[in-house]
Design a protein around this ligand. Structure first.
Ligand SMILES: [Zn+2]
Length: 72
């Protein structure tokens, strides 16, 4: 899962931009990070839209069928 602080750090990098001799390499690395981060966020968003969530009691990713009260 993408951490908010990691996404914010990446956004800041995009905002600042790159310069200097290895600017192209830096830009390429940032783009690769953006690609992975956006992909992960969209995947997470789609899972949430399907009704999946992370149970606040047990911390496990669950679908909408999850009932925390069930004991086995
Ligand atoms: Zn639970």
């Amino acid at each position: 899962m993408v951490k908010t602080e990691d996404a914010e750090r990446l956004m800041k990098q995009c905002q600042i931009g790159v310069g200097g001799r290895d600017a192209l390499d830096k830009a390429h690395n940032i783009m690769a990070d953006c690609y992975g981060t956006i992909g992960a966020l969209v995947e997470e968003r789609d899972a949430l839209l399907r009704g999946e969530y992370i149970c606040k009691k047990c911390g496990i990713r669950k679908n909408s069928e999850h009932n925390h009260e069930i004991r086995f």
